[in-house]
Design a binder for this molecule. Structure first.
Ligand code: SF4
Length: 465
């Protein structure tokens, strides 16, 4: 039993559902860490939960719809107190919604969904303990969507898992206001942590929690440090010097903020992964202008050339929006041509969907869902061929991977690891009973398709102490 103020907290279970990007997944990890102070542990079964939390995403229409539907279904959890003898479900659970949708629609959600107890925005994640305390003190139907007005963004990374991988937030918010994007409205303005704080944080994670790989996170991560006269490149070089840290990744970048110093860091920081996610969104300059992306296709391709010169092993992935308002067939074909020129290893492709409150939502638009769907299919089909070719070139080569999970395909046991270039590789174990989880292994690629790589195990280097 944990006592906080006047309230006793017996052991309870929390069920969490996360939608959207890695920032959201990391926020969920922070929520869980704070709730452990109130005696909550995580459950994978909603039926066991005393507290149900949705961490929402407003970027894509599909994630929105899924959330509304999942939230609607929770009504059945809230009729009478106690456990329903027929369904075995706990009633009287506390239900909360946080994240991007809650930031902009918190009050409406509380009104529409009677079962919802509270809503909280993106900038109050670290106050979740206080909000849960309020509900157990008897308060319900409240919304907390205030912004953190303090000058500094200062946090410590929270871990709730035993893996050697950690997400580390280094900057929050976004100042770019791309015309289709809701993020600046749901996450606020850019604010960076201080470089020294991040370095101390990562050193602590390596020394005391056995972390070997960090993913530096931000909506616009390569804006890091602008407000403090610091930079992502400087941070990468300092992290590169931390003994015991093996790999550094960062996401998501904006082409406008890729500096020469950052390009150079890709050549000099040895632990920086051979992977860059650099969203291009469209291969047409006129569409990029309407998107307010602040760069041209030529500038983007120039950046790729410089990056690949700094690190010839670099693998690039991207995001593409198909069917931006009034996109012509020629503008669409420019995106198809870009795929040939850029040779992306993977693309996250989406058909445009309107986000309320953005500039793109106010554009008159002649495109239909059918046109958007067809253009997305054309983009993905072309990309599959490029991927198949790129991955085919890996056959016969050896890669070092960190093993992340075990699974079975057609009854054959396989382990899966990730290369420095962020590709997943599947291999059969040398000994069926051996546990390879979080081992570093060398594998030789034996076959490749557009979406998967099969390999033979060459060498097991074991777990790092
Ligand atoms: S850079 Fe553009 S797309 Fe990315 S989060 Fe900011 S506004 Fe959204």
């Amino acid at each position: 039993m944990v006592k906080v103020g006047e309230i006793e907290f017996p052991p309870r279970k929390v069920w969490l559902k996360t939608y959207g990007c890695q920032m959201n997944y990391h926020d969920t990890e922070r929520i869980l860490s704070h709730l452990s102070n109130l005696n909550f542990t995580k459950t994978e079964e909603q039926s066991e939960a005393d507290l149900v939390i949705f961490n929402t995403c407003a970027v894509r229409d599909l994630a929105n719809k899924k959330f509304y539907s999942h939230l609607g279904e929770t009504k059945r959890l809230k009729t009478d107190p106690g456990v329903d003898p027929e369904t075995g479900l706990k009633k009287n659970v506390v239900i909360a919604a946080g994240g991007c949708i809650a930031q902009t629609e918190g009050k409406e959600l509380l009104e529409k969904y009677k079962q919802l107890d509270f809503a909280f925005g993106t900038d109050v994640i670290d106050n979740i303990g206080e909000m849960v305390y309020r509900t157990y003190a008897g308060e319900r139907k409240f919304s907390v969507t205030t912004w953190d007005r303090s000058e500094n963004y200062s946090i410590e990374t929270k871990l709730t898992h035993g893996s050697p991988l950690a997400f580390v937030n280094i900057i929050k918010g976004c100042d770019k206001f791309c015309s289709y994007c809701i993020v600046p409205f749901t996450r606020g303005r850019e604010k960076s942590r201080r470089l020294a704080e991040v370095v101390t944080d990562v050193r602590r994670l390596v020394e005391y929690s056995g972390i070997q790989e960090v993913m530096l996170l931000g909506q616009n991560v390569n804006s890091f440090g602008k407000d403090n006269g610091e930079s992502l490149a400087q941070l990468l070089l300092e992290l590169d010097a931390i003994e015991g840290l093996e790999r550094i990744r960062y996401t998501t970048s904006h082409p406008y903020d890729v500096t020469d110093e950052l390009v150079e860091a890709h050549g000099t920081a040895k632990k920086l992964a051979n992977h860059l996610h650099l969203p291009v969104q469209s291969g047409s300059n006129t569409v990029l202008q309407r998107m307010l992306r602040e760069y041209t296709v030529e500038h983007y391709l120039g950046l790729l050339a410089k990056m690949r010169k700094a690190n010839p092993e670099l693998v690039v992935t991207t995001d593409i929006i198909a069917g931006f308002p009034n996109e012509t067939e020629e503008e669409h074909r420019a995106t198809l041509r870009l795929l040939d020129e850029a040779q992306f290893d993977f693309i996250y492709g989406y058909a445009f969907s309107t986000r309320k409150g953005t500039k793109a939502a106010r554009m008159s638009d002649v495109l239909t869902d059918d046109i958007r769907g067809r253009r997305l299919r054309e983009i993905l089909a072309k990309q599959m061929k490029i991927q198949e070719n790129l991955r085919g070139q890996m056959v016969g080569k050896t890669y070092r991977v960190l093993v992340e999970e075990k699974g079975s395909a057609k009854g054959v046991l396989k382990w899966t690891g990730r290369t420095s270039c962020h590709r997943l590789v599947h291999f059969e174990p040398a000994e069926a009973q051996k546990d390879y989880l979080w081992h570093w292994v060398d594998v030789e690629i034996t076959s490749a398709t557009a979406l998967s790589l099969q390999a033979n195990l060459i060498r097991d280097l074991g777990k790092k102490p």
